[in-house]
Write a protein that binds this ligand. Structure first.
Ligand code: TYM
Length: 336
């Protein structure tokens, strides 16, 4: 079975609908016929300097949401990034192979560092994509299911993989490919349907949190910004607001966007919103029950994560041994 890996940052109390539709549902779909590794990337979250108790809580909450969304720890390897020290070991080797200019060109870094200024920007934020490359290359993952916003980071990861194989010999690491499902790879903010739904938006009115109160989530859908005109049609350029709602509707029901649009012919935006609000509530209520079930039993949750980390460490050590050797690092205590 082909190996895949993906992760999400525990930077908020809840994942949002973009994470769910763009990533989590893909993870679940892929876990049957892939050797899937899904991690909570807590080390990445350190780049925003979280309060320690919060980070710990959010790490568990993120894992609980993976499970609530359908990640099955008996089929997929579910773990916390910091439980596998090999991630940071490989990250150092990769950072010595990454050009300064190459890292400085990452658009997410440019956006975030522009907002924070040089003094407010940590070196960790700069090397963030290198750690992400390590997450992937450590397991020889060949596919990486992510949303559109991670495409550039995946390209850097591929470039690094090819570079390692050129410098240190074929087979040093596997060259991964992004798995981006175009139709759902970018879910937009409900209030500002030309920017992506993101935890860093200025207002939370445009973001549906998976652990939000379902009633307030329904209200956010019903008050989503829509476009001029009144006809429901899938047209992302002319009607970004309605098209975003149709995309979400389609992703949550498995129905075709055009078929859904046809149902609302002559009915106006309001009907679509009311029905989508119901669809979202029907997702959130059982999702939250499952998530709370895992959160009510942290010992069991931690046991699941420990089991995943054990397998991950085993796989990761194989790569570290191979890559350290190829780089010419002297094996500790070995008479090779
Ligand atoms: P993060 O935590 O920002 O987001 C998690 C996943 O959700 C996707 N996503 C979206 N998809 C569609 N529409 C949206 N509005 C939307 N917002 C977010 C993201 O593309 C991502 O797939 N750097 C990564 C975490 C990471 C990672 C990795 C991913 C670290 N190491 C290794 C894959 C492999 C990130 O910040 O994702």
């Amino acid at each position: 079975r082909p190996r895949i890996l993906s992760g999400m940052q525990p930077t908020d109390d809840t994942l949002h609908l973009g994470n769910y539709v763009g990533a989590l549902t893909q993870w679940v779909a892929l876990q049957d016929d892939h050797d899937a590794l899904y991690c909570v990337v807590d080390l990445h979250a350190l780049t925003v300097n979280p309060e320690p108790a919060r980070l710990r809580e959010r790490t568990r909450r993120t894992a609980a949401q993976y499970l609530a969304g359908g990640v099955d720890p008996d089929r997929a390897t579910l773990f916390v990034q910091s439980h596998v020290p090999q991630h940071t070991e490989l990250a150092w080797l990769l950072s010595c192979q990454t050009g300064y200019g190459e890292a400085a060109r990452m658009t997410q870094f440019k956006d975030k560092s522009a907002k924070r200024g040089t003094e407010g920007t940590s070196v960790g934020l700069f090397t963030y994509p290198v750690l992400m490359a390590a997450d992937i290359l450590l397991y020889d993952a060949t596919r990486v299911p992510v949303g559109e916003d991670q495409r550039q980071h995946l390209e850097l990861t591929r470039d690094l993989a090819v570079r390692l194989n050129t410098r240190f010999g074929e087979g040093t690491v596997a060259v991964p490919e992004a798995h981006i499902v175009k139709a759902v790879a970018k879910i937009y903010d409900l209030q500002d349907p030309t920017s992506k739904m993101s935890k860093s938006s200025s207002t939370d009115k445009g973001i549906i949190g998976l652990l939000d109160d379902p009633k307030s989530a329904a209200k956010k859908i019903r008050s989503a910004a829509t476009d001029s005109g009144s006809e429901v049609a899938y047209d992302p350029v002319a009607k970004p607001g309605v098209s975003n709602l149709l995309t979400i509707f389609s992703a949550l029901t498995g129905r075709d966007v055009y078929a859904i649009a046809a149902d609302y012919e002559g009915k106006g935006y309001g009907h679509l919103k009311v029905d989508l609000a119901d669809v979202v509530v029907d997702l959130l209520v059982p999702f939250q029950e499952r998530a709370n079930g895992y959160l009510d039993d942290p010992a069991e949750l931690d046991a699941v994560l420990a089991r995943g980390a054990e397998r991950a460490r085993e796989l990761a050590q194989g790569t570290i041994d191979r890559v350290y050797d190829r780089f010419g690092l002297l094996p500790a205590g070995a008479r090779r």
